[in-house]
Design a protein around this ligand. Structure first.
Ligand SMILES: [Zn+2]
Length: 73
C-alpha cells in the first residue's frame, strides 16, 4: 500500500499525525526528527523507521512516505 499525503490540501505534518503513520515498507514505528517547526506544524525534518532504518524526508510540512524504489513496491 502506498501512503502519501501529497495532494491532500491542508494535510501538513503534525505531532498528532505520528499515531497514524507507519513505515510503508515494513509497517514499523516511525521516529520523528524535527529540523524546523511552527507551533504544532512540522515544517521540515525526517521520519526514520525503527524497523528497517528507512528514512523519509519532511519538506514544506509534507511527509514524503513513498517506499524507496529498491523496496519493490
Ligand atoms: Zn520500515
Amino acid at each position: 500500500m502506498r501512503f502519501s499525503l501529497r495532494g491532500d490540501a491542508g494535510a501538513t505534518m503534525r505531532h498528532d499525525l505520528m499515531d497514524l503513520l507507519a513505515c510503508p515498507v515494513c509497517h514499523g514505528t516511525l521516529q520523528l526528527q524535527v529540523t524546523s517547526s511552527s507551533g504544532e506544524e512540522i515544517l521540515s525534518g525526517t521520519l526514520r523507521c525503527g524497523g528497517c532504518q528507512a528514512r523519509y524526508p519532511i519538506e514544506d510540512g509534507i511527509p514524503d512516505l513513498l517506499p524507496p524504489p529498491s523496496a519493490g513496491a
